[in-house]
Design a protein around this ligand. Structure first.
Ligand code: UDP
Ligand code: MG
Length: 220
């Protein structure tokens, strides 16, 4: 998901290309899908340039800003692989963790959640407190005891992705939705870094909006 990330895209691509090329080839080749979620900066242009030079890169273009979870859905509907990894574009989720997550799905897990380590150093208390509340509510409503539902560095099996794509809700909360279709769920510790550039795209209202999606979609 890309929303005004022009400052992060070059480093994001450089690190992704390295880790993907070093770990995946042949039968286990990679593909990379970016959704431009209505960016107003040069993000879309930059992504289209990448896609022109590398056929394994695809770009989904949204007409306006819909939000991170709809943007991920946009990419999921294009994805062809057997194992699907999602991650943020601002390099808070290290791309170097991707092989670890893929290995877990190949081991037989349907959903592999990242559990961010050392987050307190990179996100303010005002960003972490809402996450704590979201995690607590999600644990209650879904009955699945994960530590970190907000980490979008996650991996899914093809089956879970297909099941999610059958859901036509306009708004959803992907980690909770995925868990509802998964039998074997696990969590792996993953690194967490400071945002490479720019500011969080989650203002107060976007967080409230996401919380409402979670409550209205996954509770009575
Ligand atoms: N994002 C998006 N649409 C939005 C808000 C965010 O596609 O409306 C993307 C953003 O570009 C980034 C990811 O979602 O790749 C996570 O956003 P951000 O880093 O701003 O959130 P935070 O880390 O503060 O939770
Ligand atoms: Mg971020």
């Amino acid at each position: 998901p890309i929303y005004n990330e022009e400052a992060s895209i070059p480093q994001l691509w450089e690190r992704l290309a390295k880790v993907l090329n070093e770990n995946f080839s042949g039968e286990r080749d990679w593909e990379l899908i970016f959704t431009d979620d209505g960016s107003k900066d040069r993000s879309l242009l930059m992504l289209l340039e990448l896609a022109k030079a590398e056929p394994r890169v695809k770009v989904v273009e949204f007409n306006r800003n819909y939000g991170q979870h709809p943007a991920i859905f946009g990419a999921l509907s294009e994805v062809e692989g057997q194992v699907v990894v999602t991650l943020d574009a601002d390099l808070q989720n290290p791309p170097e963790e991707i092989p670890k997550l893929v290995a877990k799905v190949e081991e037989g897990y349907d959903v592999v959640g990242g559990w961010r380590q050392g987050r307190s150093m990179n996100d303010s208390i005002f960003r972490r407190l809402p996450s704590k509340i979201v995690n607590a509510i999600t644990r209650k409503t879904t009955g699945v005891k994960l530590h970190d539902y907000g980490c979008m560095l996650r991996a899914y099996s093809r089956e879970v992705v297909d099941a999610m794509l059958l859901c036509k809700e306009r708004s959803s909360f992907i980690p909770a939705l995925a868990n509802s279709f998964a039998k074997r769920i696990t969590e792996v510790p993953v690194g967490h870094a400071e945002r490479a550039a720019g500011d969080s795209k989650y203002g107060f209202w976007k967080l409230i909006n996401l919380q409402f999606d979670l409550l209205t979609s996954f509770s009575m």
